[in-house]
Design a protein around this ligand. Sequence first.
Ligand SMILES: N[C@@H](CCC(=O)N[C@@H](CS)C(=O)NCC(=O)O)C(=O)O
Length: 210
Amino acid sequence: MKLYMVPLAPNPTKVMLYIAEREQLGTYMDIEQIVVNTVKGRHKEPEHLARNPFGTVPALELDDGTYLMESLAIIAYLEDKFPDGSLLRGSPEDKARAHDVERVIDLRIAGPMGAYGHAKNSPLGRPPDPEKAAQLQANLQTPLDYLESLLSDGRPLLLGNEVSIADCTLQASLQFIRYVEADLFGDRPLLRDWDERYRARPAAQQVLRW
Ligand SMILES: N[C@@H](CCC(=O)N[C@@H](CS)C(=O)NCC(=O)O)C(=O)O
């Protein structure tokens, strides 16, 4: 299999963190990672559009030559393909909770954080938009409070003691925010501690560059 990715972008990073976490837990997936240079616009060129007509990364090329182009679908596929030691485990309630937190992060935090990064200091050279950045920052307060409250029972990671896809999704967005030299945590010490703890994990050290 081949993962078409770019190191800084949140959605590919989420998948790369997931793969690295699984490898740390003993599952080697043999996925070649190939950079698509989005700064040079390679993701909008015919070669990449043939993999993913929406011109986004990541895209996973399966062994039969077909592609998956949604990060969460890629992770769900890898969970099914390599079920031993999968990250989404436990009771139906445990799995539902892990899925729920991941969706909250992806939809209410990762999307707005990505847009905020571009409005503030876009790595793709988009013009700054301070008004939009301020609105996005305001919208992020409730979901960030929600994460701070999740961590208030002393759990080391977002779902408890074990790493989850939610941790990967959140950290992938935070790397982008660090890159644009922003800090959206405000006065949330538990989230700051989680961030430090997650970034010290071997998988994070292997994948994160910022
Ligand atoms: N829903 C998709 C979103 C993919 C996506 O938007 N990727 C971004 C990078 S994080 C991208 O390729 N942006 C370039 C563009 O939209 O032109 C997923 O979860 O994989």
